[in-house]
Design a protein around this ligand. Structure first.
Ligand code: ZN
Length: 134
């Protein structure tokens, strides 16, 4: 239905894509259904959480770094030195699903849809948005 293309400029970065997703949903003119947001990258992820406070975005990245240590003798580091980025992406997952009612994403007041870059900076990060009418 629609793609969002992002260029990232940090190694780890959380980018709010809620407005772009809502624009794609609005263009479909679908009033009720399901919206799937998927990124086809092994070192990026989609999350739904608060994106208003930059401090929280920093906290999420810091927590991921605490959970998964960089260069902890990971086997994949021998291939392209980014195993921790893959593991973080695997924990978070590549997609989220949101209900649509009256043509609007049914997010809570403090929920945003964000792309998380885990191995940047990169150009051409792609997010695919599909809407299923119900
Ligand atoms: Zn890799």
């Amino acid at each position: 239905m629609g793609n969002i293309i992002l260029n990232t400029d940090e190694h780890k970065q959380i980018i709010n894509i809620t407005e772009q997703v809502q624009d794609i949903v609005s263009k479909t003119r679908i009033k009720q259904g399901i919206c799937s947001v998927f990124t086809p990258h092994a070192t990026g992820a989609i999350i739904i959480n608060e994106n208003y406070d930059r401090g929280l975005c920093n906290d999420i990245i810091r927590a991921l770094n605490m959970i998964v240590e960089e260069h902890a003798d990971w086997e994949h580091d021998k291939i392209d030195n980014n195993a921790a980025s893959h593991i973080k992406a695997a924990i978070l997952g590549p997609s989220e699903t949101v209900h649509i009612k009256d043509g609007k994403l049914q997010l809570g007041q403090w929920q945003d849809i964000s792309f998380i870059e885990l191995d940047g900076p990169r150009s051409g990060r792609r997010i695919m948005v599909e809407v299923i009418e119900q």
